[in-house]
Every structure is written in structure tokens, then in C-alpha cells.
Design a protein around this ligand. Structure first.
Ligand SMILES: Nc1ncnc2c1ncn2[C@@H]1O[C@H](COP(=O)(O)OP(=O)(O)O)[C@@H](O)[C@H]1O
Ligand SMILES: [Mg+2]
Length: 350
């Protein structure tokens, strides 16, 4: 195939791009700042993230991906076009792109993703399930008949999957992950402390002192917020226990879903998992004590993968090198023409 090979982890929180032969070349927040009147993109990525909660009415700052799927096609397209242009410049041949999708997408969502990739600069595009890529990124062998469980805790969704021989055996996706924790913290602080904080501050608190399992020592951070009653800005302290209490219910639900997937896993694969352990990936798995929580609730050892945030992108990098194996399993590159098949022929795509 002509053109460079690129892998894209298009997440709810971040976009990570891998170029074959180079490695990860771009890691940006999945945020756009657009002027609704003209449709002009003012800013994208980390710069747009800084505008969250600080934007004037004339600028709409949004996360174009929600719960792992495209929620604003035009904004996602503008964001991707911008990044691909930055990476590819004016190359003659368009790149071949492997892009990640959640394991439970509908055929319409698949089609939309392919359309997005080919309209944003890809010559050919291929979709690979995120947990599969996460497994490759965590060093799982491609086609071995051995069960591996991946729990990818991202921004919008937690994807749980059991993989064997390069395919997904059982999977489940729930809309509880990093962003749900941020919302929990905002709600808890308003209810218990009568203070209002923004989304960015809540995320900072979570990363600094959040925990999925009670820490041995109490720690706290100084936070800037706004008094709910007076409307005046002020500083106050938030403790790690408060954050734990705020997010506890959602943590339980994640652990419960992991248990549910283990329950429906075929016995041989289940035995493999108890031997190798559960692999945790995604930014949310970096929450202090997440491995301990999952281990405790399932009775199976859980380990956080190396560099969990970049695991999916690194995995797509591996997939790019082994496209022949993936093709044998039905993962094929599609061109724009393939996608625009006439109604009734959609099965060609899937
Ligand atoms: N050290 C950390 N502790 C807790 N949460 C974290 C940490 N680092 C990142 N996160 C959270 O991980 C989520 C993003 O993970 P990521 O895998 O990039 O998501 P996505 O694939 O959905 O884009 C965010 O909610 C972010 O706040
Ligand atoms: Mg992800």
C-alpha cells in the first residue's frame, strides 16, 4: 500500500496518533473551540482544553467525542483534519489509517467512523476494537489461544473485554469512567461543602489525591472555588477521603461490571485469566488503588499496564505491523468508494 501508515486512538479525553516507523507523534486533548456563527475553529487540543469554562459566549468549547463515539461529526472532522495535516503536510499519497472503535459500536457508528477517517485525509481506513489494541499495546501476543482480560478505563467509557487468538470473546462497555468521577467530585463538593468548582479543577483534584482504594495516610489539596450561597471566590481544602466518598458508587459499578464479564467468560479462558491476571489500561487505571480495588472485588490479580494512557495507541502501532494477521480475521482497509456503497449493500462494509 502506498502512503504512510498511521494509527489513531480517538478517545473521549485524548487523541493519540502513532506513525509507523516513528512511534507516538501526537497526544492532545480531544477538545475543540469553535466559533458557532462562522464555523471557524479557533483552537484545538491542549489549547482548547485550557478554554473549558473560560470561554466567552461567542466561542463553543466542546468535546466532539462522547462515550467513545462521535457526538459532533463536523467538530471531530475539523480536529482530525488539523492533526493529519500537521503530521502528513502535503504528501502526494494519502495515509492508510487504522482507527480505534469501542467494542460495542453499532454498524452505523462504524460507518460514521470510516467516513470520518476518509473525509479527514485518509486514503484507506480500517477499524480495530479498542480493547484489542489495548491488549497488543500491553504486550499480549497476537494469535495465541490464551484468554486475556482487558479493562480499559478511559474518559467516557470503561471497556471490559476477554481476548483470545486476536479476537474478542466477550465484552461489555459501560458509560462510567474518568469523566463520571469528575462529575461526582463536583456534585459532592457542592452538596457537602457548598462550594462550586469547574470540570478542570475536579479533574485536577482527582489526579492529585483521588483514590479507588482508601490510602493509608490522609492527604489534601487546596482548591479554588466559588461559594454556593455568597457567589464569592475562595480557597478551601479537599481531602482524599472526600474524593473517595464522592466517586465510591461509580467505582463499585466498574468493579461489578468486571465481575459480570468474568461470570460469562468461557471456563478455559477464565482459567487463563486467573493465571495471567486482569490488565488495566487507559488513563482511569492510573487512579491510585484501581488495581487493588479490582483485585479485591474479583479475587483475580489486576495489574496496571506500563504507560496505560498510551497503551491503545502503541497497540495500534503493533497492529500496523501485523496487518496480514488482522486481515485474516476480517479487518480490512476501506476506501471512500467502498464506504459509499448503495443502500442494501451495507454488509460489504461490515
Ligand atoms: N493519574 C490519573 N489519575 C486518575 N485519573 C487519571 C489520571 N490520568 C488520567 N486520568 C483520567 O483518565 C481519563 C482519560 O483517559 P484516556 O485513556 O486518555 O481516555 P480516552 O481513551 O477516553 O480518551 C480522564 O478522565 C483523566 O482524568
Ligand atoms: Mg481510550
Amino acid at each position: 500500500m502506498l502512503g504512510i501508515n498511521i494509527g489513531i486512538d480517538l478517545g473521549t479525553s485524548s487523541v493519540i496518533i502513532y506513525v509507523d516507523g516513528k512511534g507516538i507523534v501526537l497526544s492532545e486533548d480531544s477538545v475543540t473551540a469553535i466559533e458557532p456563527k462562522s464555523g471557524r475553529m479557533i483552537s484545538v487540543g491542549a489549547k482548547a482544553y485550557k478554554m473549558i469554562g473560560r470561554n466567552p459566549d461567542s466561542v463553543a468549547v466542546t468535546r466532539p467525542m462522547r462515550y467513545g463515539v462521535i457526538s459532533d461529526f463536523t467538530a471531530t472532522q475539523s480536529m482530525l483534519r488539523y492533526y493529519l495535516q500537521k503530521i502528513c503536510g502535503n504528501r502526494i499519497f494519502k495515509p492508510n489509517i487504522v482507527i480505534c472503535m469501542p467494542s460495542t459500536v453499532t454498524s452505523l457508528e462504524r460507518r460514521t467512523l470510516l467516513e470520518l477517517a476518509t473525509s479527514s485525509g485518509a486514503g484507506r481506513a480500517c477499524l480495530v476494537e479498542e480493547p484489542l489494541a489495548a491488549a497488543f499495546g500491553a504486550g499480549v501476543a497476537f494469535n495465541k489461544p490464551k484468554g486475556v482480560m482487558i479493562v480499559d478505563i478511559g474518559g467516557g467509557t470503561t471497556d471490559i473485554a476477554v481476548i483470545t487468538m486476536g479476537c474478542i470473546s466477550v465484552s461489555k462497555s459501560i458509560r462510567i469512567a474518568g469523566s463520571a468521577f469528575d462529575d461526582d467530585i463536583i456534585r459532592y463538593i457542592r452538596r457537602e461543602r457548598n462550594m462550586i468548582i469547574g470540570e478542570v479543577t475536579a479533574e485536577e483534584i482527582k489526579k492529585k489525591i483521588g483514590c479507588a482504594y482508601m490510602r493509608d495516610a490522609e492527604i489534601a489539596v487546596q482548591v479554588k472555588g466559588k461559594n454556593y450561597f455568597t457567589g464569592m471566590p475562595s480557597y478551601f481544602e479537599v481531602s482524599t477521603t472526600e474524593v473517595f466518598l464522592a466517586i465510591r458508587e461509580h467505582l463499585e459499578q466498574i468493579a461489578e461490571s468486571v465481575r459480570e464479564v468474568l461470570e460469562i467468560t468461557p471456563p478455559e479462558l477464565s482459567a487463563d485469566i486467573s493465571e495471567t491476571g486482569i490488565i488495566l489500561t487507559g488513563g482511569g487505571s492510573a487512579l491510585h488503588g484501581m488495581d487493588k480495588l479490582i483485585s479485591k472485588k474479583t479475587g483475580v490479580r489486576a495489574v496496571v499496564a506500563d504507560d496505560p494512557v498510551n497503551c491503545v495507541a502503541r497497540g495500534i502501532g503493533c497492529a500496523l505491523k501485523h496487518m496480514d494477521i488482522l486481515e485474516e480475521n476480517g479487518y480490512l482497509f476501506k476506501t471512500r468508494e467502498d464506504i459509499n456503497v448503495s443502500p442494501g449493500q451495507e454488509s460489504i462494509l461490515l
